[in-house]
Design a protein. Structure first.
Length: 234
C-alpha cells in the first residue's frame, strides 16, 4: 500500500533492491571493516563526522526529526543509533519512553555516556535488528538514520521493525539510494556508498511488502541520493 500523497516519481521509477547474492567479496570485507573497526572501536572518531563535514552530516541526519512529533511520539525506538546525537535530540522531544538498539558495543558505550552527560533517560541494548528483544507492538515510533543500508537482510530487518511497531505507529528512515532521476552526481555518491559495503535498498517497496503505507518519500542531499521515507502501520 502507498499513500497517494507519497511522491509520484517514486511510483513511476522504482529502484531495484540489491540482494546479498549480488555483492562482491570486496564489498563484504569493506562492510565488515566498518562494523569491526569504525563502529565498534572508533565511535569518537565517527562522532566527528559532523565537524569534518562542516555540519552537513547532521543536516542530513536530522531530517528524521521532522517526522517525530514532540510529546506525541509515544514510545520511541531508534535502530542503529550510532554515536547518539540524534538519540539525544529525540529524548528532548519528551517521548513516553526512549529505547535504542545497536550492534556495535563501542557505539552503545559512547551513547550511554553521552546520555548520562546530558541527564537524559533511556534504555540501550546491544543487539541485532534481525532479532530484536522486544514484544510485538512495543513502540509507536521507530527511527533509523544511515543504518538500514548496512543491514545484511533488508527484507527481514523491515519485517522485524514492523513487528515491534504498534498499530497507528510510524517508521522513519533516512538513508541512501539511487536518485530517481538518475543524475550523475547522486548516482556517483550512491555507488560510492555501495562500494564501501552498503546496500541500495528500495525502502518504500520493503515497507509496502511488510504491510506499511508509505506516507512520505523525499529526496535531498548532494545529487538527491539521500531520502527520508515514512511508513505508517494501520
Amino acid at each position: 500500500m502507498r499513500n497517494e500523497n507519497a511522491t509520484k516519481q517514486n511510483q513511476e521509477q522504482p529502484v531495484s533492491i540489491m540482494s546479498s547474492q549480488e555483492r562482491s567479496a570486496g564489498q563484504d570485507k569493506r562492510l565488515q571493516w566498518w562494523n569491526d573497526v569504525v563502529y565498534n572501536t572508533l565511535a569518537p572518531l565517527y562522532n566527528s563526522l559532523d565537524w569534518l563535514t562542516c555540519g552537513m552530516w547532521w543536516a542530513l541526519q536530522s531530517r528524521a526529526l521532522d517526522h517525530v512529533e514532540r510529546k506525541r511520539c509515544g514510545r520511541v525506538l531508534e535502530v542503529g543509533f550510532g554515536p547518539g546525537r540524534l538519540f539525544v535530540e529525540i529524548a528532548r522531544l519528551q517521548p513516553d519512553s526512549l529505547d535504542g538498539i545497536d550492534l556495535a558495543q563501542g557505539m552503545c558505550r559512547f551513547t550511554k555516556e553521552r546520555m548520562q552527560r546530558n541527564g537524559l533517560e533511556c534504555t540501550i541494548v546491544r543487539g541485532s535488528v534481525h532479532d530484536m528483544p522486544y514484544q510485538d507492538s512495543a513502540f509507536n515510533t521507530l527511527v533509523s538514520t544511515f543504518s538500514f543500508s548496512g543491514f545484511r537482510d533488508g527484507k527481514e530487518a523491515m519485517k522485524e521493525m514492523v513487528r515491534v511497531l504498534a498499530p497507528g505507529g510510524r517508521v522513519v528512515i533516512v538513508d541512501i539510494g539511487l536518485p530517481l532521476d538518475h543524475n550523475r552526481v547522486g548516482t556517483f555518491w550512491a555507488r560510492l556508498w555501495e562500494w564501501c559495503g552498503d546496500f541500495l535498498y528500495d525502502i518504500p517497496k520493503l515497507m509496502e511488502e511488510s504491510g506499511l503505507t508509505v506516507s512520505t518519500f523525499e529526496e535531498f542531499g548532494p545529487g538527491k541520493h539521500i531520502r527520508v521515507v515514512v511508513g505508517e502501520k494501520a
